[in-house]
Design a protein around this ligand. Structure first.
Ligand code: BGP
Length: 461
């Protein structure tokens, strides 16, 4: 059976500044640049974000291939550490303004809509060291200045803005699970920094609206649908708490304008409640998003914790749930993540039923694969049939949800050109286009040609 997508369905791809541009010419270091310089051991194979895809110099090549594949939009991010020269005032760096102007104009001239994100885990290190990053509301303020500068400079041409990518992945990594600087373990810091990011987001939305630029603003959230191990109430409650901490923590206030009380009650109970100042509740309530981007890779399978928590140790959300590895689950054998396309449908229906059927799109979905060179054919092309299959299955479930009324506007694969990853450098490749690490040359994969045809036909068999 042939699946047809709506006329204006947005077929795009996603990347981020710090994972694709390289750090050349930036007036400031991000926490990644700094960490890499000072603690290389943390980085997979000691490879850092210095060069990545070198899109800072090669963006024209990228955009040419995007146009060739018929892609309609591209999400990347404006790096705070590149655009802003004076972090305290938000004054831009002229060289960066020129670069982003060229980048954006090149997209537009090639019929690609730029979707611009303002934060992809890349706080300027000075703001981490001086103020403690987003634990401090000072950094919230400075982020809003940066956002304002970006809107004023590029808002005449960029019509779709994203304030943050996966904010909870950032705060989880920094304050609960040790993989983002400063890797300081504290649930209180997690809750405060998450809240301050929410304020930064709402503040940016407010400024954006006040500039009356005729575009839209939203946020990108990584929703990991927690699936309880059994129908036992203890397992269901475990899934509920995982959902509150890692999904609803941003989904509720960004879309519905307020937190779920149960999340706040759990924080209170463990003495992890964040500081709220007068006016902030209203700011959040009055600045809900125009749309949501959802990143979906895999579900989170949870059960009630096996052991009672050690109440003398500091509280963590894992007091309430354990992740478990479901036997016989379908795995991406090339990366180690579960493949479970049905969750994309469940997410879509949840957005419809619980979030007022707000406009949304898949802002990331994709399959990371190691050593893709082994799939190169005699013409030098990677035959990534596994990726085509992966995308197809996810699109089928997405399509079903759309037929049932879900307001999904598009699908962006992570990623376009294989890029650098925080967790695994260049090990897991995700792109429609491969990157040669020696020459930085780009070669379209089989999946790239496949998506080109899907876009032309606006569907597939
Ligand atoms: C998402 C991030 C991306 C990207 C992707 C793939 O969570 O938004 O930046 O890295 O995951 O994950 P990984 O690089 O860990 O394989």
């Amino acid at each position: 059976k042939k699946l047809k997508f709506p006329e204006n369905f947005d077929w795009g791809t996603a990347s981020s500044g710090p994972q694709s541009e390289g750090s050349q010419d930036k007036p400031h270091e991000s926490l990644w640049d700094y960490w890499y310089k000072n603690d290389k051991e943390r980085f997979y194979q000691n490879v850092g974000p210095k060069i990545t895809c070198d899109s800072y110099n090669r963006y024209k090549e990228d955009i040419k291939i995007m146009a060739e594949l018929g892609l309609k939009s591209f999400r990347t991010s404006i790096q705070w550490t590149r655009l802003i020269k004076n972090l305290e005032t938000g004054e831009p760096d002229p060289k960066a303004v020129e670069f982003y102007n060229n980048y954006i104009n090149e997209m537009l001239e090639n019929g690609i809509e730029p979707v611009m994100n303002l934060f992809h885990f890349d706080t300027p290190i000075e703001l981490e060291q001086k103020y403690g990053g987003f634990k401090s509301k000072k950094v919230t303020e400075l982020y809003v200045k940066f956002a304002k500068t970006a809107f004023e400079l590029f808002g005449d041409r960029v019509k779709r803005w994203i304030t943050f990518n996966e904010p909870v992945a950032h705060t989880k990594g920094a304050y609960l699970y040790n993989f983002i600087y400063p890797a300081e373990l504290s649930t209180k810091s997690f809750a405060q920094a998450s809240y301050n990011i929410l304020l930064a987001h709402a503040g940016a939305c407010k400024v954006y609206k006040s500039l009356q630029l005729s575009g839209e603003i939203g946020i990108v959230l990584d929703l990991l649908p927690p699936i309880p191990r059994s129908a036992r109430s203890a397992d269901k409650y475990a899934a509920r708490v995982a959902d509150l901490f890692f999904n609803m923590i941003f989904m509720d206030p960004c879309v519905n304008g307020q937190y779920d009380d149960e999340y706040l009650e759990i924080l209170e109970k463990h003495d992890c409640m964040f500081d709220i100042l007068p006016g902030e509740k209203e700011l959040i309530k009055e600045n809900t998003v125009d749309f949501i981007g959802i990143n979906y890779y895999q579900p989170q399978r949870v059960n009630a914790p096996k052991y009672a928590p050690n109440v003398n140790a500091p509280f963590t959300p894992n007091w309430y749930f354990d992740d478990y590895e479901m036997p016989n689950r379908r795995m991406n054998v090339y990366r180690g993540w579960e493949i479970y396309p049905k969750s994309i449908y469940d997410i879509a229906m949840r957005v419809k039923n619980e979030f007022g059927n707000i406009k949304w799109f898949i802002s990331e979905n994709g399959m990371g694969v190691q050593n893709e060179e082994r799939f190169i054919n005699k013409d030098g092309m990677i035959e990534d049939d596994y990726r085509i299959e992966f995308i197809k299955e996810h699109l089928e479930w997405l399509h079903k949800a759309m037929e049932e009324g879900s307001n999904c506007q598009g699908y962006h694969l992570w990623t376009f050109v294989d890029n650098w990853s925080w967790t695994n450098a260049y090990k897991n490749r995700y792109g429609y286009v491969s990157l040669d690490l020696k020459t930085r040359n780009r070669t379209i994969k089989k999946s790239g040609y496949w998506i080109k045809k899907v876009i032309e036909e606006n569907g597939f068999e």
